[in-house]
Each structure stands twice: as C-alpha cells, then as structure tokens.
Design a protein around this ligand. Structure first.
Ligand SMILES: O=P(O)(O)OC[C@@H](O)[C@@H](O)c1c[nH]c2ccccc12
Length: 261
C-alpha cells in the first residue's frame, strides 16, 4: 500500500466514526450554514499576486514544519499580507490539523477558506460548510469520475467553490467537467513526494481556458511564480515556505511585495 492509499483507508474509517457521532442534521444547524460564501476563483481572477497561503503544521514528507504558531495569528497575518485565500489542513493524523483549525481561521479573518482534506464522502463537504469553508479540494488521484461529479455538484449546491487537483494527464482527462471552478496541478507526487514545477508547465497546455489554473506545492521563491505565470497560472498555493518561518504573515507580506515589483 502506498502512502496515499494508507491515508485514504484511514480517512474512510475516520469519516464513518464521525458520521456516527454527529448526524448531518446537526451540521446543517451550524450558523455558518447561512453565511454567504466568498469565491476564491473570483479573487484569483482579479489579483496580481494570486497567492493562496496555507496553514500546515506538519506533513508526511517533511514531518514537523512548525508547531509553535496559533491559527488565529497565521490567519490574520495572511489576511494583512493581502493573500487571495487561505488553505487550512484539517487532516489530523498526517498533517496535524483539525476542523477546529478551520473554525478558528473562520473566526479570525474574512479570507475565502479552503478546507484542505482528503474528501471521499459528501459528509466531509457538509462539515466543510458547517466549519466555515468557502472552497473544497477534490483530489483526482483518489476519486472516480462519478465521485468527482457527485461531490462537485453537491459542493456547488452549497455555494462552495471547487478546486480539483491533478498530477498527470490521465487524471486531468478523467476530471474535466463544468462543476469545477479551479484546476490545481500538484507539483508534488503524493505517492513519492517528488516535487517538480515542470508538472505545472507540462499540464498547463491541456487545461481548458474556462478554469482558473492553480499551481500547488514546492513554490519557494518569486522566480517560480514568474516562471509559471506565462503558462497561464493565476493561483499559487504555498504552504511550507511561509509556515517554516516564525511569522508566516510577515513572510507572505514580503513575498507579495516582491511579486508586485
Ligand atoms: O508546502 P508546499 O510545498 O508549499 O505545498 C502546499 C500544498 O500545495 C500542499 O500542502 C498540498 C497540495 N495538495 C495537497 C493534498 C493534500 C495535502 C496537502 C496538499
């Protein structure tokens, strides 16, 4: 079993346990269910920097990134920096995140929030909405075309944006459909953890123009952004480069200043 299969197997068990404890009717009673969502795709279309900044304490590839920050400061810092949106890891076992992190981020800023999670069940989309997300991530590598269709249409019915993540041509061809808002190319192979910006460059030509293109992972300098912009990328998902510092908001501020120069 590779790491991705292991994560998904654990996730299926976790979701079954959560479902047994909190019925969907209870999720739907969250006051956040009535909150009008903010579109990350629209923000990216109208931005010069296109930065989506992530909150990530650790990862299976890097173990600890930063354990001494609080979500509130990070969210406020990113908002002050002028990022387009914030991504919040909610997986506990492999990334040290939680739905509580999402809720705290929601309470701390007005940015569109992406629930960064391995979604394999509609229940997790209801959770995303109930804990204040504006956007969900769907990962093509772990879903069938039918699931992508079902989950993305369900998310749209809740007024959530959908970011679909691919890593190769086959995943892209399997996934393209009108219920997606953004297409993300993960520069990191989730099975081997190898990172290459070439993945974004290669796939850019076959992503239809109606989707906002997002390049994800392994972006650690302005040069990478400048290199990817000519390929049509309008969004850049950055985690570790900000989170490894003592003040991710300040790092994001410097980063955006440099892009706009
Ligand atoms: O920390 P990085 O290399 O800047 O990467 C951020 C983000 O792209 C990465 O965390 C990510 C992309 N796709 C994912 C899917 C699940 C978990 C995490 C991810």
């Amino acid at each position: 079993m590779d790491i991705l299969e292991k994560i998904v197997a654990d996730k299926r068990k976790e979701v079954e346990l959560r479902k047994a404890l909190i019925p969907t009717s209870q999720l739907e009673q969250s006051v956040l269910f009535e909150r009008p969502t903010v579109s990350l795709a629209n923000n990216l279309r109208n931005s010069a920097s296109g930065i989506i900044a992530e909150h990530k304490r650790r990862s299976p590839s890097k173990s600890i990134i930063n354990n001494s920050l609080n979500v509130q400061d990070v969210a406020k810092g990113y908002e002050d920096a002028g990022v387009c949106g914030m991504s919040v890891l909610t997986d506990g076992k492999y990334f040290g995140g939680s739905l509580d992190d999402l809720l705290t981020a929601r309470a701390s800023c007005n940015l569109p929030l992406l629930r960064k999670e391995f979604i394999i069940d509609e229940y997790q989309i209801l959770e995303a909405k109930a804990y204040g997300a504006d956007v969900i991530l769907l990962i093509a590598a772990i879903l069938t075309r039918n699931e992508i269709k079902q989950f993305s249409e369900f998310a749209k019915s809740l007024h959530l944006d959908v970011l679909l993540e691919v890593h190769n041509e086959e995943e892209l061809h399997k996934s393209v459909m009108p219920s997606l808002d953004m297409l993300g190319v993960n520069n990191r192979n989730l099975k081997t953890f190898e990172v290459s910006l070439e993945t974004s460059k290669l796939l850019s030509t076959i992503i239809p123009d109606d989707f906002v293109k997002v390049s994800e992972s392994g972006i650690s300098n302005i040069k990478a952004i400048k290199e990817l912009q000519p390929y049509g990328y309008q969004g850049f998902l950055i985690g570790e480069n900000f989170m490894k510092t003592d003040n991710p908001g300040e790092s994001a501020t410097q980063f955006i200043k440099e892009i706009e120069l």
